[in-house]
Design a protein around this ligand. Structure first.
Ligand SMILES: [Cu+2]
Length: 483
């Protein structure tokens, strides 16, 4: 099936042709070409939307290139056996999700910067050009190299002044999942989005190969409502929580076929630890900055805390087709911007307050008495919020609002996905006999065992509306809710 996304991908890469519309033999012929970036220094694609599907064929050195969610891999040039990469530190325009853009800092046009991929034993030469208004440096996080290339400004090297280009050159003595980031005015430059992944593949083929190899970085942003630049001074109450600088629902959906083995490489350059949780089957924690661990050290988990500055690799074989949530388990990290100092309205009858407030704020709607559901539906209802600011909860699923934001995406496992096909298959079609369903609308249904150790709650039973009440929001069309 040719989706609109496939078509756009194919058109964007021009010469690659309309791959998804080709006959099997024509596609096989095309697949014989490696387009992973050797000897090519093409302009960076704006996002993964523009990556040709064939970019994830095996590299001539044998490895399966990683799939950086919403990101891209930096092309290199071979020069006398040395892989030459070129990073450019610069201010960029970035979109966290439609409705929220910002002046951020990144590399080569994006945050995170492009993923650097190489192989254990490779010699790499990395040029870094500074197009920022202040000096910078690059630290190769977790990589075993001579001290002069470790990138701490003032300690290991002079800073890279605006307009200057420095070069780093070292041989990769290890494999694993690593990162790069500035070590100059670090608090500011990282708060603005300067970071990237540095993946070193093992020289020898992996004994248990993976079919899909995804990678993303965790980060947090103080994008105060109505503003266009992250605030570097914030330490705890962040507004946006991102996988590769994107928030739900703009984070790419990783896909895989039932029976395939996937790896997710996750790095944390934020200011919090993140318990990353995968629905569906438990995974194995199989590696880190230290490379893929011996199998005897693998751990079976469903949630793995990725500490600040850490990398973790998780792997699993998909056993059940479906749509599976994949997210940070800190509840506020799967939300969009919110006021952290607003009084708690849950359980408060606000009818009297609403009439008073409407006298000087016409159209004001009291809400939040029964929960936060109403907040999540405002943007879908067309209610304007602050400029350039995402709703606290977002995303529409096939059954209604998903009420998430931030560090949340959907892993899509399908029985009929082709090997190497990364296109989004849409929502899962549930077998009729394998989905939770309504059996009653009577709150007394079934008479289950209940306890009442402290007497009845004064606020009474919560047999109250759980969808936005139209009487509280004059002029709003609530029929759009859930569409
Ligand atoms: Cu988190």
């Amino acid at each position: 099936m040719t989706s609109r996304r496939d078509l756009l991908q194919a058109l964007a890469v021009g010469g690659a042709g309309l791959l998804t519309g080709m006959s099997r033999s024509a596609q096989a012929q095309h697949d014989g070409h490696d387009t992973s970036g050797m000897h090519r220094a093409s302009a960076p694609p704006a996002s993964s939307e523009m990556l040709p599907p064939t970019a994830l064929k095996r590299h001539p050195q044998g490895y399966l290139p990683v799939r950086t969610l919403n990101g891209w891999t930096l092309p290199y040039t071979l020069n006398g056996g040395v892989k030459e990469f070129h990073l450019v530190a610069e201010e960029i325009e970035h979109e966290f999700a439609p409705g929220s853009r910002a002046k951020c800092w990144g590399y080569n046009g994006t945050t995170p910067g492009p993923t650097i991929e190489a192989v254990e034993g490779d010699r790499v030469r990395i040029f870094v050009t500074n197009r920022l208004g202040e000096w910078t440096s690059v630290h190769w996080h977790g990589i075993d190299l001579p001290a002069g290339y470790d990138g701490v400004g003032g300690l290991n090297q002079p800073h890279i002044n605006p307009g200057e280009t420095f070069v780093y050159e070292f041989t990769l003595k290890q494999h694993g999942t690593h990162m790069y980031h500035p070590h100059a005015d670090e608090m500011t430059q990282m708060a603005f989005g300067m970071m990237g992944l540095f993946i070193i593949h093992p020289k020898a083929a992996e004994t248990i190969p993976v079919d899909r190899d995804y990678a993303f970085l965790l980060h947090n942003w103080a994008m105060h409502p109505g503003t266009y630049r992250p605030d570097p001074s914030v330490m705890q109450d962040f507004d946006l929580w991102t996988f590769n600088s994107k928030v739900f629902p703009a984070i790419d959906h990783p896909v895989m076929r039932t029976g395939e083995r996937a790896r997710f490489r996750i790095g944390n350059l934020s200011m919090w630890n993140h318990p990353i949780h995968l629905h569906s089957n438990p995974f194995w924690v199989t590696g880190s900055d230290g490379g893929r661990w011996p199998q005897s050290q693998w751990r079976r988990e469903v949630t793995e805390i990725i500490g600040v500055g850490q990398m973790r690799d998780i792997e699993f074989v998909a056993t059940e087709p479906g749509d599976w949530a994949f997210h940070c388990h800190m509840a506020h990290h799967t939300m969009g911007p919110m006021g952290h100092s607003i009084p708690n309205t849950i359980g408060v009858d606000q009818r009297g307050v609403e009439a008073e407030v409407r006298k000087f704020l016409p159209g004001y709607g009291a809400m939040g008495q029964f929960g936060m559901v109403e907040h999540g539906s405002h943007v879908a209802m067309g209610l304007p919020g602050p400029d350039n600011t995402l709703p606290m909860m977002a995303g529409e699923g096939q059954f209604g609002p998903i009420e998430m934001g931030g560090m949340f995406t959907v892993l899509k496992v399908r029985d009929d996905l082709k090997a190497g096909d990364y296109s989004d298959p849409g929502w899962y079609r549930y077998p009729k006999d394998k989905i939770a369903r309504k059996v009653s609308a009577d709150p007394d249904f079934g008479n289950p065992a209940r306890r009442n150790p402290y007497g009845k709650s004064e606020s009474g039973p919560l047999a109250q509306p759980t969808v936005p009440r139209s009487e509280s929001m004059p002029g709003m069309d609530h029929s759009k809710h859930g569409k």
